[in-house]
Design a protein around this ligand. Structure first.
Ligand code: ADE
Length: 241
């Protein structure tokens, strides 16, 4: 429980607070915010330019294309938000970060609170890196800003907070929950364009159904994502260890 009574508080520092708040207002995450299970606060980085007209970004020393985010506002924003809300972890979103995964999501869902900093332009001045406990990337591609990465991360983490999803089991059986992809799912009708629902699922035999699903999950993982079955690539605790 955090000081504001929610189960998880997420502070986001960004140049575009509405991008975060709007995207998080839908579906299960939006509902969890409105019911007080999740607190998501977006802080405007421009509020930390010290009242001056200094730009938020500047040209890189040494030349080259693009702009770099200046260190002072980032420092002041991270310091002030951290002093006020005491996040358990301070995270910089960057394509250079440790890969975000279901294991990392589980760890963050249990953390109680964390802060996300969303970079823009060509990145942040190198000297702000020590302000953060860790750096996370949502994949090997470059986004035009950390905001969409923050929304992805908040969705993946927020839905793991107890009470956010109606049924706790739906978290446990889905893809990656046990390091594998999920088994195939079917609903009505029994026959769709000549494709029938596998007979075992209509059998009512729960032990058989469980066995079939386990086999399907293993086979699906083997053919689509064999990398998930190699133990050295998994990080069950999400702590990078
Ligand atoms: N910012 C830009 N690209 C990113 C990525 N892939 N992950 C996290 N933050 C980012």
């Amino acid at each position: 429980m955090t000081t504001d009574g929610s189960k998880l508080r997420i502070d986001v520092i960004t140049l575009f607070p509405p991008m975060i708040l709007e995207a998080c207002s839908y579906g299960v995450i939006g509902r969890a915010m409105r019911s007080g299970l999740l607190t998501i606060a977006a802080h405007q980085l421009r509020d930390y330019t010290g009242g001056s007209h200094h730009p938020i970004d500047d040209h890189p020393y040494g030349g080259g294309p693009g702009m770099v985010m200046r260190p002072e506002p980032i420092h002041d924003a991270v310091e002030e938000v951290s002093t006020r809300y005491r996040p358990a972890r301070k995270i910089l979103l960057t394509p250079q970060g440790r890969p975000f995964s279901q294991a990392v999501a589980r760890a963050l869902a249990r953390s109680g609170s964390f802060l996300l900093f969303c970079g823009r332009y060509e990145g942040v001045d190198e000297r702000v890196r020590p302000l953060f406990d860790e750096e996370l990337s949502i994949g090997d591609f470059v986004l035009s800003g950390g905001e969409s990465a923050a929304v992805v991360l908040i969705d993946a983490v927020g839905r793991l907070v107890p009470g956010v999803l109606g049924c706790s089991q739906s978290c446990e059986s889905e893809s990656f929950a046990d390091g594998q992809l999920e088994y195939p799912q079917f609903t009505r009708p029994e026959s769709f364009r000549g494709q029938r629902v596998p007979a075992v699922l209509l059998s009512g035999n729960h032990a058989e159904i469980a066995r079939w699903r386990k086999e399907q999950a293993r086979e699906r993982t083997r053919t689509r994502r064999p990398d998930l079955l190699r133990p050295e690539t998994t990080d069950p605790d999400g702590d990078g260890g």
